[in-house]
Design a protein around this ligand. Structure first.
Ligand code: NAP
Length: 353
């Protein structure tokens, strides 16, 4: 049997990276090396139990670890974590990861991108969202280096559909059995992506370098507003869904992980930060404005259908497949880790009282 090509996955224990590790490993065409700070974590152990997956201990924000991680692999799928690094460190290590991959002779680099909100919004600072813009800038830098020597592709995702279970989009169950989404969303349609399909798109990028080199693959499952989400929830579950739009100022105290949190809140309130570190409020005010004002560009659904004919095509289909019931479930490793460490200060995103 031919030797399998090896792919380094950075962020492979995370919500987005786990389906990528599974899709690559289960294809039978790749071996996967996953960089993690904690090989003993339950998520790391879950993927290490798969055939063709190995773990390598190290941090995204350590250049020696990055050299070791990229050494000898054919390809790389890289999702740095803006919510632990913050915008400035994500920029630095995002650029360095690309440079180090080139130095180590990697042949195909896939960057888990987010659209460059500030640029698409014509540089209006109201839309400066640090966790989007850091990735978007790095994505532009990567494609600007061309395809000689190392091929590169961007996989651009919007918010995960799974955020309806964990994170910003979880509704609050009311005593009368209805589910309320109370947030600053406006009429803008948000291109939600089901994480189940991210693995398939990533595998396609590695399998088809002649088409994927230089490509920014912008994926979506369904473009929906919050009025749509509440309506579809009612249609699928029979439970009443309500969307109540409130100002960001009314919403923020209910939603921020803890009062005065920074965007890299997972490091705790006392981590060293400087004036470049956005507060959770500034970052997510820009985020809600960006999606609510409908600034994002349409995705090429024809291309997505061709790449993945069996893709989940609607929010309703996703809700049925995952038996969505409006109640929280664990999706993000960051939130899971935080809640284990600080069980007395668990993040509830407005679910608690
Ligand atoms: N939430 C959304 O809707 C959404 C949508 C698109 C993009 N994103 C982006 O996705 C990124 C977060 O990934 P995720 O959603 O998969 O979150 P997650 O479930 O919380 O996972 C975070 C991942 O980052 C890894 N990580 C964090 N700091 C690290 C470090 N210093 N060194 C090595 N690994 C580190 C973790 O690995 P270990 O703990 O094992 O080391 C884990 O694999 C963010 O940049 C976010 O902007 C999120």
């Amino acid at each position: 049997m031919a030797e399998l090509k090896e792919i380094l996955v950075i962020g492979g224990t995370g919500a987005q990276g786990m389906p990528v590790v599974k899709a690559l490993a289960e294809s039978g065409r790749y071996r996967v090396r996953v960089l993690t700070r904690s090989p003993e974590s339950s998520r790391a152990q879950e993927i290490a139990a798969l055939q063709n997956v190995t773990l390598i201990q190290g941090a995204q924000d350590n250049q020696q670890d990055l050299h070791r991680a990229f050494q000898g692999v054919y390809g790389a799928w890289v999702n740095t974590d803006g919510f632990t690094l913050g915008e400035k460190n994500e920029l630095y290590y995002g650029f360095r990861a690309y440079e180090i991959a080139r130095a180590e002779g990697v042949q195909h680099y896939v960057w888990a991108n987010i659209e460059y909100a500030l640029k698409i919004a014509d540089w209006n600072e109201k839309y400066h969202c640090g966790h989007m813009d850091a990735k978007g800038r790095i994505g532009e830098f990567i494609l600007a280096q061309g395809q000689e020597g190392m091929k590169s592709s961007l996989l651009s995702t919007g918010p995960y559909m799974e955020m309806l279970m964990d994170g910003m989009f979880v509704p609050k169950e009311q005593p009368d059995g209805s589910f309320w989404w109370v947030n600053p969303a406006k009429a803008g349609k948000i291109p939600l992506i089901s994480l189940q399909d991210v693995g398939v798109y990533s595998l396609w990028l590695f399998d088809n370098p002649s088409e994927s080199a230089g490509l920014n693959l912008e994926v979506t499952t369904d473009d929906v507003s919050f009025t749509d989400i509440a309506r579809i929830f009612t249609e699928v579950t029979g439970k009443q869904g309500v969307h109540k739009s409130v100002s960001f100022e009314q919403y923020a105290p209910l939603a921020e992980p803890y009062p005065g949190a920074f965007v890299n809140w997972g490091l705790g309130p006392n981590a060293v930060r400087d004036e470049s570190t956005m507060t959770w409020r500034d970052n997510f005010s820009a985020w809600w404005h960006y999606w609510g004002d409908g600034i994002t560009r349409p995705r090429d659904l024809g291309l997505l259908d061709r790449i993945h004919p069996g893709r989940i095509k609607s929010l309703a289909e996703w809700m049925r497949r995952v038996s969505y019931d409006g109640r929280p479930r664990s999706v993000l490793k960051l939130v899971e880790d935080w809640n284990k460490k600080y069980s007395d200060k668990a993040v509830t995103y407005g679910q608690g009282d």
